[in-house]
Design a protein around this ligand. Structure first.
Ligand SMILES: Nc1ncnc2c1ncn2[C@@H]1O[C@H](COP(=O)(O)OP(=O)(O)OP(=O)(O)O)[C@@H](O)[C@H]1O
Length: 414
């Protein structure tokens, strides 16, 4: 029996039990003995992710290395166990059931996402085509809804944590559960604020003050993610009154109750339907914020004004002008235009919720994707002083002020 600290109290649920079992079986290994390292896939706050090939089986895997210097054993065990617990969901990165330690790192193995992460394919200032964005939102939405059903909150929703298997987003998976906690559990304030951080976490509370983990913070980040995907910009740098972009948005949100106000300039590219959805996802009051499922109700309609114009010129006339009825053909495989599709959606989510857990030691990834060989470097460059609204990779602890992509600001023109 291990004398690990995780053994001190009896396990109260399956995730904790997984942590105990993993701690008992954590072996010290030399990576080069079993794996050939092909290249680095990415770097994060706490370590790195390498693409490797298992020397005996020839299987490609992504090994996540967490530095022992900055990662407690308990944190590693929690991230690994939560990832394993959630991996039966088809839209969450799969696990190999392999965890070990080296002299300097704690390590676990994940399936390899051949096309990298979502950040790499969002064209800055432009955004993804609406059908591609919707396809991605659909899958991430199901993953997040699944997590919330399991009473877990991701707490680090951003494009870098959405892994992709093709550039058309036909297969995407949510990853990185290092920040994930059980809903309702108390946590300390995280230092640094990124554009995805919900206003209730950016704001008034003293730095030392704690929070209760709530799914509503994921819903907010999901709303910001949608904006980024569709525009290639952040809506604001921080959800604080000192941020002019955020202030304009929150004024518009508050004005709703007194008859509405002008739509902020950055948001005018969205259709009324999309604006209705954003208002619910990005409700300033976490108590009034909708659930992730809300987006599923809006798939059948156009979200971008441009694509609405495109459709009205073409097929809409033939369809008698009912814009809702023609979106399906325009939006390709993803769109759900009828109640029937919404029912399919609910069925899929329900079926996943009923899934039982896979065993602790499992086989390879579920889906066999073709490797595209897309290069996956993280282009970290330090460029200080980027204007708000630009689009860049966001390290979790964004206190350094380092910048990645230099872009021009969006002007506020009211
Ligand atoms: N399974 C995978 N397949 C392909 N690329 C991956 C995989 N896992 C991670 N990556 C790449 O490595 C990057 C960092 O991974 P990850 O987010 O898990 O690390 P992290 O240290 O938790 O990062 P952060 O501090 O930004 O949250 C990802 O953004 C992605 O580009």
């Amino acid at each position: 029996m291990s004398s690990s600290p995780v053994m001190s109290s009896p396990p109260i649920n399956i995730v904790e039990e997984l942590q105990v079992i993993t701690a008992q079986n954590l072996e010290k290994l030399e990576v080069s003995k079993y794996y050939e390292v092909i290249r680095e896939l990415g770097k994060g706050t706490y370590g790195k992710v390498d693409l490797v090939v298992h020397k005996i089986r020839g299987t490609k895997m992504a090994l996540k290395f967490l530095k022992k210097k900055t990662t407690k054993l308990r944190s590693f065990l929690r991230e690994y166990s939560i990832s394993l617990y959630l991996s039966p969901c088809p839209f969450i990165i799969n696990m190999f059931g392999i965890a070990f330690e080296t002299d300097d790192y704690y390590v676990f193995a994940q399936e390899y996402a051949v096309a990298g992460d979502l950040f790499d394919i969002i064209p800055p200032q432009v955004g993804l085509p609406e059908p591609v964005a919707k396809r991605c939102v659909h899958q991430v939405g199901i993953a997040l809804d699944y997590m919330h059903y399991k009473k877990l909150v991701h707490r680090d929703i951003k494009p870098e944590n959405v892994l992709i298997f093709d550039r058309e987003c036909r297969k995407v998976k949510l990853s990185d559960f290092g920040m994930t906690r059980r809903a309702g559990s108390p946590v300390k304030r995280v230092s640094g604020t990124i554009p995805y951080t919900a206003p209730e976490l950016c704001g008034a509370a003293e730095p030392a003050e704690g929070f209760c983990v709530e799914p509503a913070t994921d819903v907010w980040a999901f709303g910001v993610l949608l904006f980024c995907m569709l525009t290639g910009n952040f809506p604001w740098e921080k959800a604080l009154p000192t941020d002019a972009f955020y202030e304009e948005f929150s004024r518009w949100q508050r004005a709703r109750r007194v008859g509405g106000g002008p739509v902020p300039s950055q948001w005018r590219r969205f259709t009324d339907e999309a604006l209705r959805m954003f208002r619910k996802l990005l409700s300033l009051d976490p108590q009034r914020r909708c659930s992730v499922k809300e987006v599923f109700r809006h798939f059948g309609r156009c979200w971008m004004v441009d694509s609405e114009v495109g459709i009205s010129v073409g097929a809409a006339a033939a369809a008698g002008g009912g814009s809702g009825s023609v979106m399906g053909s325009h939006q390709g495989a993803l769109s759900s235009t009828s109640e029937e599709d919404e029912e399919d959606e609910d069925l899929l989510v329900d079926r996943m919720k009923q899934q039982t857990l896979s065993p602790v030691v499992c086989g390879g990834p579920k889906g066999g994707a073709m490797e595209t060989g897309s290069p996956q470097g993280h282009h970290y460059t330090t460029v200080v002083g980027m204007p708000p609204g630009g689009y860049e990779r966001m390290p979790r602890d964004n206190t350094s002020g380092s910048r990645i992509l230099v872009t021009t600001p969006i002007e506020i023109c009211v």
